[in-house]
Design a protein around this ligand. Sequence first.
Ligand code: XIL
Length: 494
Amino acid sequence: MNTTSRRARHALVAAGLTVATAVAGLVVAAPAQSAASTLGAAAAQSGRYFGTAIAAGRMSDSTYIGIANREFNMITAENEMKMDATEPSQNRFTYTNGDRIVSWARSNGKQVRGHTLAWHAQQPGWMQNMSGSALRNALINHVTQVATHYRGQIHTWDVVNEAFADDGRGSRRDSNLQRTGNDWIEAAFRAARAADPGAKLCYNDYNTDGINAKSTGIYNMVRDFKARGVPIDCVGFQAHLGTTMPGDFQANLQRFSDLGVDVQITELDIQQGSNQANAYAQVTRACLAVARCTGITVWGVRDTDSWRTGTNPLLFDGAGNKKAAYTSTLNALNSVSPTPPPTTAPPTNGTIDVNASYVLLNRGSGKALDVYNLSTADGARITQWSRNDGLQQQWQFVDAGNGYYKIKSRLSGKVLDVYNFSTADGGAIVQYTDRNQTNQQFRVTSSGGYLTIVNRNSGKAVEVQGASTADGGNIVQYTSWGGANQQWQLVRVG
Ligand code: XIL
């Protein structure tokens, strides 16, 4: 670097600092975004994930696991959590391989998609031969047992997989499960919600990537579920594609998300040919263009790992080299313009300075947000305590971009975190190592000098549980309703 450019760079950095410190209201200068160099980091720029399916049998292959660890931040077990794997004989559950994948993912900071609780295929032999109420009971037991085993560790479950037919009429697929009664799907969703209330619950299928009879059949089911309060949060589109993407792919995602569910691309692979890199970029851009398209998963790491033998449908070649499809996908993720920040009014009593330290006083109790017992550990609970202005009560608002903040303890350096991505009322707020995840990001709105602090992932507000006024009262998330226990006063102390 020559002297002139060094000086210019210095001037820019200095200007950046001035903007950040002199910020008015809640508008914080976002750091200039440089292109991310992995799929996971690039997707995270817009709050999305980028995942892959993992096979337990390949985890000792260092090239394979190295790519998986480097590039992806969402993991699906390719076969290890299916019905035949987890309940090989009735009521005898085996989780060894599923657990291996889940613990590898979580110890490497990745989230997990559970796949799948109920499916006509890959059923254990004992189940294939069952019918009627015995089968229905066995299904509900399976859903309950497996979702309970993994409770708290799963971001999203594919509760039901491939329950619609390819008959051009949008009918249900005929299967032993379907023959137990048309309500088997909703029964499975209700059992999954009861067993793991923190997991998002998805319906997942293939040949549903454009607007067609099959996707419309599913659309009508989801609309009905939403109208009747059946617990469904998302729809997965497998996207096992030929050489092209359907032209109405984005419109299809959009019509589902307009029903009030998230959508995800769950098993993407695209047959190799001259259009592969382009088709990957098109699928990626379609997801980015739909606000509720929250992530993309590819169905394997290298072409040689793919279930579609010989079609080379993935992002890495057999030697682990990045293909043109990898580059086009990464570029598409990096080209996204940041989601417009939500409109947040500045607090009427001042400004948020990202370099300052604040004590947060609850309006209902008058007590301060406090790291319980001066813990510096991940997962430590956050409570309220009589104000003492100790470091365990001092918080820094760190700009997370797009109008969101991380709220960082001056004592521990950890950030407020909705434990395990819970989206449930009462989900615990803890401190955790900053991973820039959406459950660690908060939107702040103000009225009458008090702030409401809403989690990006769950949409729920930070509150004193049960409007407690006691020292040690728990801090949790809850649906925002404007109560005094959900209002916080910022007091600058440093
Ligand atoms: C496939 C796996 O990739 C194969 O290893 C296995 O032999 C069969 O299942 N739709 C799904 C996935 O939901 O579970 C399937 O995975 C691919 C089609």
